[in-house]
Design a protein around this ligand. Sequence first.
Ligand SMILES: Nc1ncnc2c1ncn2[C@@H]1O[C@H](COP(=O)(O)OP(=O)(O)O)[C@@H](O)[C@H]1O
Ligand SMILES: [Mg+2]
Length: 323
Amino acid sequence: MSELVKVENLKKYFPFKEGIFSRKVRYLKAVDGVTFSMEKGETLALVGETGSGKTTTGRTMLRLYEPTDGKIYFEGKDITKIPLRKFKKTRVQMQMIYQDPYSSLNPRMSIFNIIAEPLRELKYGNLEEKVLSLLESVGLRKEHMYKYPDEISGGQQQRVAIARALGVNPKFLVLDEPTSALDVSVQAQILNLLENLQKEKGFTYLFISHDLSVVRYISQRVAIMYLGKIMEIGSVEQIFESPQHPYTKLLLQSVPIPDPKDKKKRKKLILPGEIPSPLNPPSGCPFHTRCPYAKEICKEKEPEYVEVERGHLVKCHFAEVIK
Ligand SMILES: Nc1ncnc2c1ncn2[C@@H]1O[C@H](COP(=O)(O)OP(=O)(O)O)[C@@H](O)[C@H]1O
Ligand SMILES: [Mg+2]
C-alpha cells in the first residue's frame, strides 16, 4: 500500500468579531494542528461530537477553506500553496459528499444536468451515455435522468450526489456524515453502495461520522477528534478493543441514542458535560474539564502524543497509566 493523502499540523482558524463595532478580532480554532496520513484504498473515520472540527478538517483538506497553517499532501505532492487555477486538476480528484443531499443539489437543475455539469468541462463525447452509466453505477435508472431533486427520495438524492462526484474520476472522497440525514432503512443501502464503489474503484475515504456502530463497520482506522485536535488515532481494533484516551472511552460507553423528536431517527451522541467553546478552549489538555481522571498537570500542560502500540497514538499524560 502507498500513501495517498497526508496532512501535517493542519490548522484552520476562523476570524471572529466580538461585536459589530469591535475592532478586536479573535480566532476560533476549528482545526488546531491535525496530523494524519491515509493509504490508498483505506477508510479513515473521523469521529467526535458536533463542533469538534470534523467538517472543517475535510473541507480544508480539499482547500474549500484555505488552511491557516500546516501542510496538505496529495500523492506525495505538497498541494497547500499551489495557485487555485493550477490546483483545479488535482481538486477534481478530491470530492466531498455532504450530510444533507437535498441542499447539496441545485433544485432548479434536472438530475441529468446536475451530473453532467462537472463533465462538460472535461469534454466527454456522449454526455447522455456517460450520465446514464453513472446513474446505473449508483443504482438509479434512465427514468430518473430528467427528474428534479425534489421529485426523488432522500436516498436517491444522495445517490445522485455520489454519481456527480464519481463522474470526474476522483481518488479521494470526504464523506461528511453521508447517511445521517437519511431514514434508517436507507442508511445501510447507501453504506453498501459506498463500500462496493470503493472495492471496485479503489477509493480512499475520509468518513466523518458520530455513529460508532457505522464507523466500526465501514472503516479500517479511526481518529477521535475533540476541540480541533486528534485525541487518539489507531486501527478499528485498537480503538474499539483497547481505547486509551478517556474521551474515547466515554464515547464508546455512550451508545448513540435515537432522538425521539427526530422523524428520521438520526442518532445523537450524548456525553456528560458540555463541550467547551472553541473560542475559549481550556488550558493544557482540552479535555481536562470533562475528564474523570484529570490531574493538575492536565490543566497546565498540553500532552504530546504517545505511541502505545504501532500506529496507535494517544494524546494524554496518562495514556499508559489509566486502565
Ligand atoms: N465557516 C465558518 N466560520 C466560522 N466558524 C465556523 C465555520 N465553520 C465552522 N465553524 C466553527 O468551527 C467549529 C468546528 O465546526 P465543524 O467543523 O462544523 O465541526 P463538526 O463538523 O465536528 O460538527 C465550530 O465551533 C463551528 O461553529
Ligand atoms: Mg460537521
